[in-house]
Design a protein around this ligand. Structure first.
Ligand SMILES: *[C@@H]1O[C@H](CO)[C@@H](O)[C@H](O)[C@H]1NC(C)=O
Ligand SMILES: *[C@@H]1O[C@H](CO)[C@@H](O)[C@H](O)[C@H]1NC(C)=O
Length: 362
């Protein structure tokens, strides 16, 4: 049986997109899902398989403490309550199945997002919450949402992260922020996300697999730099070697979910690469990965895009062809055919270089 739920800090926490899509990719079991909901196929505890062959990171390069560095001080509940005007509606910026997100200004002036879990979900949150806190505490990258502090008490579970002011990538693709994103803005966003994921896969203390890469989990700054958010589903992996994997229940979002992972329960960083490929198509086309409003032949964006691509109907919008073919390679059905995130980044750099050059020649 498939037990579906949204995880704390997951998409349900961010304002939802309007179009609720269907779920043809995963069949009829998932009828209650929309394309922006994350899901989870089991309520059982996860177990790990394979031999951990983690190479100890070199201290100079990876000297990341597993302890939280809360900045100049640790906040307590009463300070957070005050900073959010006692969790008032006026400070609310998002709502989800497991809790509410508020914007707040800490006593030291930092603007933060405060994610407060609802009490009735504490039990089911136990692993997601500590998982997210533990992983966020270990990462430090411009393209990843940063943990500021957290409160984990009997009666209060709160995660405080940096506040990223310009909403989600999905909102921007939907035109909810007015201006349509330009090609170079899209390219920069794609590169930022690829940088963040490369860091998680290769340079974090341990390999981290995000497992829920999607446009509603990408937040944009005022300058339209992208930051990957929502680590509630993220997993550390014993190695970055593709041969080994974690056997685990399937979590993710319909439309972005690696079909090989779905079939075999084997999770590797290439599952993020698949989701990234779908995201790249979404960035290029503006279309959701699955759009139930479209005629059946066009419903699944990656299939639709491959068809258009084969027919040679791709509009002459700058240099989408290379990015498209990169997206297709990322979204390959089998992971051996997918590039690593690092190769994706390198190719995007090359595309950017060529694009900048073509602008200068105009
Ligand atoms: C919270 O921290 C503030 C500032 O350090 C302090 O004045 C206050 O007494 C604390 N409140 C509680 C309930 O611990
Ligand atoms: C968000 O992005 C738009 C461009 O789409 C920009 O004009 C605006 O200033 C940004 N900042 C905020 C806070 O909306």
């Amino acid at each position: 049986m498939l037990l579906l739920f949204c995880a704390f800090m997951c998409p349900c926490f961010w304002p939802r997109g309007r179009n609720v899509a269907e779920q043809p990719v995963l069949g009829n079991d998932m009828v209650s899902m929309d394309s922006s909901s994350s899901f989870d196929t089991s309520s059982k505890s996860q177990k790990r398989a394979g031999t951990p062959r983690h190479v100890p990171p070199s201290p100079s390069r990876f000297s990341l403490s597993s302890e939280i560095s809360p900045g100049p001080f640790h906040v307590n509940v009463s300070q957070i309550a005050k900073a959010t005007h006692y969790f008032s509606e006026s400070h609310k910026i998002g709502e989800g199945g497991f809790g509410t997100v508020y914007k707040a200004v800490l006593p030291d002036g930092r603007v933060v997002a405060v994610k407060r879990a609802k009490k009735e979900h504490f039990a089911s949150l136990r692993t997601e919450f500590s998982n997210e806190v533990d992983l966020l505490a270990k990462i430090e990258h411009r393209s990843l949402v940063k943990l500021v502090d957290y409160i984990d008490q009997e009666n209060e579970k709160i995660i405080i992260t940096e506040y990223v002011p310009n909403g989600t990538l999905r909102e921007h693709l939907d035109g909810q922020h007015g201006k349509i994103l330009s090609f170079s803005e899209r390219l920069e966003i794609a590169i930022d996300v690829a940088h963040g994921l490369t860091y998680l896969h290769l340079y974090a203390e341990k390999t981290i697999i995000h497992r829920d890469v999607k446009s509603s989990n990408i937040l944009l700054t005022e300058n339209l730099r992208a930051k990957v958010a929502d680590f509630g589903f993220a997993r550390t992996s014993p190695t970055d070697n593709d041969q080994t994997h974690i056997s685990t229940k399937v979590k993710g979002t319909v439309g972005y979910l690696d079909p090989e992972y779905y079939r075999t329960y084997q999770l590797t960083p290439k599952s993020d690469v698949f989701s990234y490929g779908i995201l790249l198509l979404e960035i290029l086309s503006g279309r959701r990965p699955v759009d139930g409003k479209k005629p059946p032949s066009e419903r699944i964006t990656v299939k639709w895009a491959i068809k258009i691509f084969r027919e040679g109907n791709v509009q002459d919008i700058l240099d989408p062809l290379r990015i498209l073919s990169l997206a297709f390679r990322c979204a390959a059905n089998t992971r051996v055919n997918r590039p690593a995130m690092k190769e994706v980044v390198e190719e995007l750099w090359e595309i950017r270089r060529a694009y900048t050059q073509s602008l200068n020649h105009d």
